[in-house]
Design a protein around this ligand. Structure first.
Ligand code: BG6
Ligand code: MG
Length: 210
């Protein structure tokens, strides 16, 4: 039996995806760069600068490093202001009850997120002190698909990869979990991904795992 669940944050615990998309879309529109929801799917789980590089693949000119940093900063300002209104109601369906139930079964619960805004978001949704470990974009050198974020979360829990499920909505996150030796559970966009060990159609189905 596993001893812990390590959750991705954006798109698994909380519905911030639409805010990421809206902020990137406004940047792309300002720069006259084509960007849509299909391209946006490639940004799931991917760090901020790497996300910008994907958007700039469609640009008609080359951007310098300073310009790129300024665009990423602007995107983050717009994204952060849309997070101001987040509340507990932005937890995704089934999250509150299922986390409580998993904890009741004795599992440790952790967050492994690429986002540098993860702690801010957790505070906003009433989970500031809830998880047994939080590792986010500020704590890692290598973003997903590198397993660093999950490896560090397992270390903080005092567990090894084989003791932990990783729950992800991004294919990149499933790749990260698999290369770290974790059991990868795919939800939403990652449900049905061939590299996921387990695919679920609802967060509450986590309760049936053991
Ligand atoms: C991930 C999101 O959780 O965090 C990505 O899925 C995002 O879309 C990444 O790019 C980095 O987020 P932030 O908040 O540090 O810009
Ligand atoms: Mg995600």
């Amino acid at each position: 039996m596993k001893r812990a669940f390590i959750f991705d944050l954006d798109g698994v615990i909380v519905s911030t995806d639409r805010y990421h998309y809206a902020a990137w879309k406004s940047i792309a529109d300002d720069e006259n760069i084509y960007f849509d929801e299909v391209i946006n799917n490639r940004l799931r789980g991917v760090g901020r600068m790497e996300s910008l590089e994907i958007i700039l693949e469609r640009a008609s000119r080359v951007y310098g490093q300073e310009e790129k940093c300024a665009l990423a900063e602007l995107k983050n300002e717009r994204y952060r202001s849309s997070l101001e209104g987040l509340t507990q109601d932005d937890r995704l369906t089934g999250v509150t009850q299922t986390l409580k139930a998993l904890r009741g079964k004795g599992y440790l619960l952790a967050i492994g997120s690429s986002s540098k805004n993860a702690r801010f978001i957790l505070d906003k949704i009433g989970y500031g002190d809830y998880f047994d470990a939080v590792v986010d974009g500020n704590d890692i050198v290598n973003g997903k698909p590198d397993p660093e974020v999950f490896v560090k979360a397992a270390q903080k829990l005092g567990l090894s990869a084989c003791d932990c499920y990783v729950v992800e909505d991004a294919k990149t996150g499933i790749d990260a979990a698999k290369s770290g030796g974790f059991t990868a559970v795919g939800l939403h966009d990652a449900s049905g991904y061939e590299r996921a060990d387990i695919s679920l159609s609802a967060f509450s189905e986590l309760f049936a795992l053991d």
